[in-house]
Design a protein. Structure first.
Length: 273
């Protein structure tokens, strides 16, 4: 059957063959395996409710439950090291043009808050609270809003950009014309951010980078600094801690250091006696 994916009123009718077709359509549309698996679970839950309401057959639910989830690879991206971050900002600071000051401010916000590029380009000046040193993400993933807080170094770069941008209403990060004029009513595209990140990181020797690698760097660095996992989850805007752990790129050396620091107070060294 040619399943109309946008017709949600019929999801309670999905059977085994239908679900296979929906999965194939979502894969063709470029959905990640994790997202397809979530959709599969959601549809199965709809059918489960339909069975309870006697609107679907229990055999239909049994068939859907037997359908395994798609396998997915771990996130291929990597987190930047401290030296790579330092090299990146050394490169960015070479340009003192209006565009250069905007760019270093954008990188500072991405690495200082872990924002997704779609969240970054959607920010407006009204979303910035200087007193709280915070940004309001109005429509994050899943249309959820959250507040992110800027570290001092990130705030300083943002203020440098705002001095040039002016405090007039409009997008927080805007295109800069050749004349230096800032177009406040026009936002940046996610593709420009992608190209900018790939180009800058390639220049410091990081190949095949993406804006999400900056998000991974943010999460990994917080964990390295012993921020508890649930706080990191909230700061990253994740609904589940399981998602946060996927981004954890701490290496074997970090685990070795953690093991060396493990202590049980006065009992240390006496447990073997």
């Amino acid at each position: 059957m040619n399943w109309p994916v946008d017709d949600v009123s019929r999801f309670n009718q999905v059977n085994y063959q239908d679900m296979l077709q929906i999965r194939a359509m979502l894969q063709h549309a470029g959905w990640a395996a994790r997202s397809i698996n979530r959709a599969q679970v959601a549809i199965r839950n709809i059918v489960k409710i339909a069975v309870m309401m006697k609107l679907a057959d229990s055999e239909q639910l049994s068939q859907l439950s037997s359908l395994s989830q798609l396998k997915h690879a771990e996130y291929p991206g990597t987190a930047l090291t401290q030296k790579q971050v330092q090299a990146l900002f050394a490169l960015l600071e070479r340009s003192r043009t209006e565009t250069g000051i905007r760019n270093i401010s954008m990188f500072a916000v991405l690495l200082g808050t872990g924002l997704r590029r779609s969240e970054l380009v959607a920010l407006e000046l009204k979303d910035f609270d200087a007193n709280k040193q915070a940004l309001l993400v109005r429509n994050g993933k899943g249309n959820k809003s959250r507040t992110v807080f800027l570290p001092d170094w990130s705030l300083n770069h943002l203020k440098n950009w705002l001095t040039l941008r002016s405090r007039q209403p409009g997008y927080l990060f805007c295109p800069v014309q050749a004349s230096g004029k800032v177009k406040l009513t026009t936002g940046l595209s996610v593709w420009l951010v992608l190209r900018l990140v790939k180009t800058k990181l390639q220049r410091i020797g990081v190949e095949n980078a993406s804006p999400h690698d900056l998000r991974r760097t943010f999460i990994t660095r917080l964990l390295e600094q012993n921020v508890d996992l649930n706080t990191v989850r909230q700061m990253a805007g994740h609904a589940s801690i399981t998602t946060t752990t996927i981004y954890d790129k701490r290496d074997m050396q970090f685990m070795q250091q953690a093991a060396r620091s493990l202590s049980y107070g006065s009992s240390n060294g006496n447990s073997g006696r």
